[in-house]
Design a protein around this ligand. Sequence first.
Ligand SMILES: [Cu+2]
Length: 332
Amino acid sequence: MRARLHRLAPFTLALTCTACSGSQSALDPAGLPALTLLHLMLGIMLTCAIVWAGVVAVLARALSRRRAPRPHSVSRERRMTIVISAALVATVAILSAFTAASFIATRALDGADTDALLIRVRGFQWWWEVNYFDPKTGETFATANEIHVPVGRAVRLQLAAADVIHSFWVPSLAGKQDLIPGRDNELTFVAQRAGVYRGQCAEFCGLQHARMALAVVALPAEAFAQWLETQRADAVAPSSEELRRGHDVFVAKACGACHTIRGTQAAGMTGPDLTHVGGRRTIAAGVFETTRGSLAAWIADPQTIKPGNNMPMVPLEPDELRAVSAYMASLK
Ligand SMILES: [Cu+2]
């Protein structure tokens, strides 16, 4: 039995470690303030461990002594008063230091950087609207469920909610911040390493709360500029007969009542902007990788894939479905 347990040990250890690294882990920070928060957490845990070990040691010593209570003495009483006062002062000092450290850690980035890239994020049931705007030109464009940022530059997110309370959490980059209807919250972070960092809505917001993921894609400055260029442009015009048919189906079936495709007459505002949907990694807030097949599956029956979400099933003929999903996939 013991031998078997031994064989299981590495496996168990490996299991506990799977959560420690990767694209969605507060223990594997890739930027600020996540790194500061990790240091803060480790500092607090270490201090608490030392205090705990001390208390256990004193307790063990007291329990192991089997002596009759000593008679009352003035000098003993004075000594105990000093010991207890010292412990009290140490407790207050440690708690104050924790409070100050956590305040400083969470405030460090806020408002510090005037050069921060401003991005507006709105939480919907159950997806993320992401708006970029250029303070110089006043130009804006929208995308969904993916936030591209340049490495090394501060990013200030303005967080709001369209319906209920959501919570923005990308553990590798920053702590949590709530999105509250009727209120703007802010969250500033800097990605220090290029990569894709997964995030998740962290406040129960209804039936499909678990399927409200997002990704922060941190790119080197040049790649980011290129990405901006692509996104600012209107949708590419359909380049084949099938894609043209897909576009016509999209318009005829009133998909445009909810979705915008810039450069076409579709200008709906209640669903994700689809101008460059084919270029995003996932659809439906992280449910599927974006492929022509997954787009077709989603459009054919969004209510089976993500029950209760705000896209209705729109009846389509098979060839209409094929054309419209090809058109969606072509919108890079
Ligand atoms: Cu949510």
